[in-house]
Each structure stands twice: as C-alpha cells, then as structure tokens.
Ligand binder design. Structure first.
Ligand code: 0RA
Length: 653
C-alpha cells in the first residue's frame, strides 16, 4: 500500500513526540488510566483489548475472540473483526493503525449508532495497553493484506509493515506487561480471565470465546484451554448463578426487547432462598451501583406482581402493606442494556445515568411479565406466596431488630456482657477481636493490650445466615452481640435496608479462629454474616482475619514461630546448622487454646509482628456464588475461597 511506503521513509523519533507525550502521561500515572497497577490493573490490560474486539462484535463484524496466555505471561487477543484501519490518517500523516496504537483516546470509532464499551475505566484505548507494555505486536488482516507493527513501551520499533496478501480479516494484539509498572505481579490468572470471558459469552450469545493457557499442558499434550459459548444468553447465565440454589419457578423468565435504539435483555429466576442477587450491565460492562436500568426493572416487577396479586385477591387477608422490598427475596436477575451513548455516574462510575432507560426497561419487562403471569398461573401463585411470606417476615424482622436496638438503650451501656472492651473510645485506633470459643477468648483477654484491643468471644458455630430467614438472625445471641459490640445498626429507609456505620466502635474487626478446618469453617460463617448483613464493612476494609502461627521450633531457650512449612524447615535448618541435632523440638499449634496469653500476643495480636489478612470483595458476583457454594457440604472450595479472598495485607496495614 502506498501509505506504507510513505511511512517507511519516516524517521521514528521527532514526529512521534505528540503521541509520546500522551503515553508518557499513562506511564507516569497508570492508576488514572487502568485503576491500579496490582493484579487488577494487570488484568485490566486484557479487558481493554478484549473490549475493542467486543465492540467489533456489537457492530456486527466479529464472531470469534481467542485469548492466549503465553508461557512468559504475555497475552494475545485475536479477533475476526474488521481489523484496525491501516490507511493514512490525514491529519497526523501516518497509518491509522499507528494512531490507534500510540495516540491516547484515538479509538477511531465515532459512529454514534453502534454500541460501544465505553464506560468507567473501560474504553481508555489499546494505546494505554501499549504504553504499559514492554513489547507489543499488532497484526491486522484487512483489505486483502496482512500488516504488522511492533512497539516497546508504546514507541514504535519501526513502521507499519505489509507482510503479504491475506484473505482473512481481523486483529491480533500481543502484549507483554512492563514489570517496572506492574511491580506487584505480572502473572495472569486463568480463573480471573475465565470468569470475565464466561460472563462475556453469556452477555453476547452466539459469540465464540476461547481462553488458552500455554503455561499448562494437559495429559494429552495439548495446552489447557476452555471454550465459552452460549446459545441461551442471560437465561443460561441466571441458571449458572443459581446452580446451587433450588429454583422456585421452573424456568427463568427471559425478556428481550428494543425501544429507541436501546436494547434490553433481562433474565430472572426466583429460588427458595432469601437473598437478592441483581447483576446489571451496560454495553457488557458490569454496573456495580445499578442505575436507571435497574430502577426500571424494579419498577416493572413491583408494578406487575402487585397488580396481579390485587386482581386475584391474593393480598386480601394480609394486614400489612406489601413493599418493593418484598419482591426481592430469592430473586436472581440479570439486567443488561445496550445504549448507544451511555452516561455513567456515581463514585466509581458504576451507575447508569440515562434517565430515558428507566421507562424503556420498565415497559419491556412489564410486557413480558404480564403475559408470563397470565400464562403461568401456578408459577405466579408460587411467586406471590413467597412475596406474602417475605412481607410477613419483614415485619417480624423489624420487630426483632427493634428489640435488639431497644435493649441497648435499656441496659445502660448496652454492650454485651461477654465483651471485654478496650479503654480507648476512638474508633480509629480501636480494634475488636472476634474469638472462637470462650477459652481462647480468655487467653486473648489476658494477652491483649487493653488500651486499644477489645475481645468478643463467640460460642462455637454461629448461625449459618445463608440459610436463615432474616428475623432468625436477630434471635441469635452471637449475632446480636456482634451488632451491639460493633455499634452498627440496620435501618430502613424508603423500604430499603441500610447499614448505619456512623457509630462503628472499632475500625479494625479481626476474626481470630483456630488454624484448622473447624476454624476456617467458623471464619467463613462469620465472613458470610459480614457479607450478607454488614457488607459496607468489608467494602471499607474494616474486616481482617488473624493468622496464628502453625508451629514453634525450639532449641533450648530459643524458639522461632513459623506460619508455613517452608518457614518450619528453615527454622530447623537454622538451629541445626547442617548438623544432626536431637534437641530441636517442633510444636504444632492445633488451636489458639494451645498458646498462652504471652504467645498469643507476640504472634497474633501485637501490631508490630502479627500478620493480618484483609478481607476484600474483589468481585461481588463471584463472591456471592462462592458464598452459597461454601455453605454446601464440600470443604475444598470453601478452603480455597478463604485462601484467595483473604489476601495478605501488609503487616498491620
Ligand atoms: C478503529 C476503528 C475501527 C475498528 C478498530 C479501531 C478496531 C480496534 C481493535 C482492537 C482490537 N481489535 C480491534 N478491532 C477493530 C473501525 C473499522 C472500520 O470502520 O472498518
């Protein structure tokens, strides 16, 4: 092509300054463009490239996207879209391909009639990926030719080359993240990539997605891989999410509609549980904070179910008012809209703002729901019965809550008798240890620094909140104690429950359990409780898990605490110094109870040496799925969850 010849004359230096300035800014402040430079940011690079391929799919030009993790943790994303344009960019006088790859925000797609993945942190452009990579190679098949260009840290290593003829179309981007930017880790997780790609398959039915991991070879000598393809779309997605919960209605209700260029797809299922799980998307991006599309969905279900119940006299005997809250119990739903020009609001730009979308979604869902209820009276009856039960339970729960809260006022300080409080009243410096069992609680009480450390012993296994109805929660002694000790309360506002954390008495809440299977079960139950009833505390980073040591290696009066087997081996090696030595003794701590107060302090409670794992919610959806799975009978996934989600925070961070 002629423009390639022109470009090949260029000296790649002076005339790239403008582009470099943009990309230099990305390298200076990567967090501003990709959110962070930890493992999340690392994976964001992949989303960025895949999003561009997805845009090609949304525009009707791409049916297959293959993502490959190479042995050196570089990534290739290949699609069969139109291919990045390679013609001359008139204004910048260079190949459009180079412009897309090196100029910030030069997406090049200004077509308002197509849906674009362009919200929040998404859509910053492949040029950001280029800037943050040691090496990038882009290959384009387009207009009967095959083109290539390479870059390092966003700087072209040469001009766009025409390598030959091609009868294919599409783009292939290979990149190796720069380790000087991603200092924490450059290792990709198959699990994280697979979770998002699976989600994309459900959100884009008919699109073929493949994930290949060349780091792992299977028994038959092939690379590990997984294909993702959905014919059922969101209906299958809902079934996947509700895999572990018994369904209330036979099949999910599926809505597909379109109005004013806004595409609406909703799938909803009721299960026999009590939790609500609504996941929402705009142009394939997860809107964590909901928005106008979710408001439209809620409006439709409240309106239609209320109408149906009233028309059939089903609420006649009910002495209490049904509220929007009552339609939520056991509801799992996915609300996905495709909007040409989405406006995002909210703290993390995770909320859809386009006001016209509320009415559109409400009408699309309303039409389908109306027909569904008329055609499926048995299913309709099951749902309404559940709604009535929810309303009754909501009233019982309110009474129970009020009892807990009133009791605080009546009993003076209102604090639970089992709480050994700290002297400080400043939540910023105060910590509370939730300790498994009264005896370990006693040891912790002796060992603590009472100035700022409070102890609340919890007896045995606390209630499994995943399986219990809300009002039962407030009858449980251990749970009541946690509410009153922490100083938080659940309040109802416009039928919505919100956690009031204003009076949180400790900014660090540390779960301290035995380092065995029972202990991990108990910490999981406590985490489930926080996840379901005090989620803001997890989101705000208030919840930690203590890590007691597993061993003490001792020689004479000297000893070393060890948290892993490697540490234990190293300690033995250290004392033995290469010689046979029978005076070295290893003690395995099976529980907190085997440590005395001093040992507990100097290993697990003293802020200057202890290791606290901060409990984070990386992905509310996966966490939720896993929390319900955790409550099944399988132990291994439960273990794995605890290991993966309770990441090691810096010592006392
Ligand atoms: C600019 C314009 C067009 C497509 C693309 C970029 C594009 C970018 C990527 C990144 C990965 N895969 C991609 N596929 C396409 C529009 C092309 C046209 O109008 O023909």
């Amino acid at each position: 092509m002629s423009d390639n010849k022109d470009l090949s004359k260029n000296n790649y230096g002076a005339d790239n300054i403008q582009a470099l300035e943009g990309l230099e800014a990305v390298r200076m402040r990567p967090g501003m463009y990709i959110g962070s430079t930890d493992t999340k940011g690392l994976h964001h690079l992949v989303w960025e490239v895949i999003d561009n391929s997805i845009d090609e799919h949304l525009a009707g030009h791409c049916s297959k996207i293959t993502t490959t993790i190479h042995k050196d943790n570089s990534i290739t994303v290949q699609d069969n879209g139109r291919g990045i344009p390679t013609g001359m960019h008139e204004k910048l006088q260079k190949s459009a391909l180079e412009v897309v790859m090196t100029v910030l925000h030069a997406g090049g797609k200004f077509d308002k009639d197509t849906y674009k993945v362009s919200g929040g942190l998404h859509g910053v452009g492949v040029s950001c990926v280029n800037a943050l990579s040691d090496y990038v190679r882009v290959e384009v098949h387009r207009d009967g030719k095959y083109f290539e260009q390479e870059y390092s840290k966003g700087i072209p290593l040469g001009p766009v080359k025409t390598l030959g003829d091609s009868d294919k179309k599409g783009t292939q981007v290979t990149f190796k993240p720069d380790p000087t930017i991603f200092t924490e880790t450059t290792e990709y997780s198959f699990t994280i990539l697979a979770a998002r790609i699976r989600e994309l398959a459900y959100l884009n039915k008919g699109l073929n997605l493949t994930l290949i991991d060349e780091r792992e070879v299977t028994e038959d000598g092939a690379f590990k891989f997984q294909d993702f393809y959905s014919t059922g779309g969101l209906k299958e997605f809902v079934k996947y999410l509700d895999e572990t919960r018994p369904p209330l209605i036979e099949e999910p209700i599926h809505v597909i509609g379109k109005e004013d260029n806004v595409e609406v797809e909703v799938a909803m299922q009721y299960n026999t549980g009590y939790q609500e799980n609504i996941f929402s998307y705009v142009n394939n991006i997860n809107t964590r904070e909901g928005g106008t599309h979710v408001a439209g969905f809620r409006r439709a279900i409240t309106r239609l179910f209320k109408q149906y119940g009233d028309d059939n006299g089903m609420f006649a005997k009910l002495k209490i008012e049904i509220s929007g809250e009552d339609f939520k119990e056991g509801l799992t739903a996915i609300v996905s809209v495709k909007v040409p020009e989405p406006q995002f609001k909210g703290q993390t730009k995770g909320e859809l703002g386009n006001s016209e979308v509320t009415g559109i979604v409400s009408r699309c869902v309303g039409d389908v729901l109306k027909a569904y209820l008329e055609e499926n009276p048995i299913m309709a009856r099951r749902i309404i019965d559940k709604v009535i039960l929810a309303a009754t339970a909501r009233h019982a729960a309110r009474k129970a809550r009020e009892m807990v809260q009133r009791k605080n006022v009546l009993t003076g300080s209102g604090l639970p008798g089992k709480l050994s409080d700290c002297s400080s009243k400043d939540p910023n410096e105060s910590e509370i240890f939730l300790v498994e069992g009264d005896s370990a609680g006693g040891t912790a009480k002796q060992g603590r620094d009472r100035n700022f450390q409070a102890i609340l012993p919890l007896r045995g296994k606390i209630l499994n909140v995943e399986k219990a109805m809300e009002y039962r929660i407030y009858e449980n002694e251990e749970i009541k104690n946690m509410f009153t000790a922490l100083g938080v309360s659940i309040e109802e506002k416009d039928g919505e429950k919100i956690l009031n954390v204003e009076k949180l008495r400790y900014h660090k809440v540390v779960i301290m359990c035995d380092a065995d299977v029972d202990g991990s079960h108990i910490s999981t139950l406590i985490m489930t409780f926080f996840f379901r009833y005090m989620k803001p505390l997890i989101e705000n980073g208030n919840i930690y898990i203590a890590a007691p040591p597993l061993y003490q290696v001792k020689k004479g009066k000297n000893f070393i605490y060890c948290w892993t087997d490697d540490e234990r081996k190293a300690a033995i090696e250290h004392y033995a110094n290469g010689k046979e030595d029978n005076s070295i003794k290893t003690q395995r701590y099976k529980g907190l109870g085997e440590m005395n107060a001093e040992q507990l302090w100097e290993t697990t409670m003293d802020p200057s040496v202890r290791i606290l794992r901060q409990v984070t919610i990386n992905d509310a959806m996966e966490a939720d799925r896993i929390f319900s799975m955790l409550m099944g009978d399988e132990v291994p996934p439960r273990r794995q969850f605890i290991e993966e989600n309770a990441k090691y925070a810096k010592i006392d961070a």
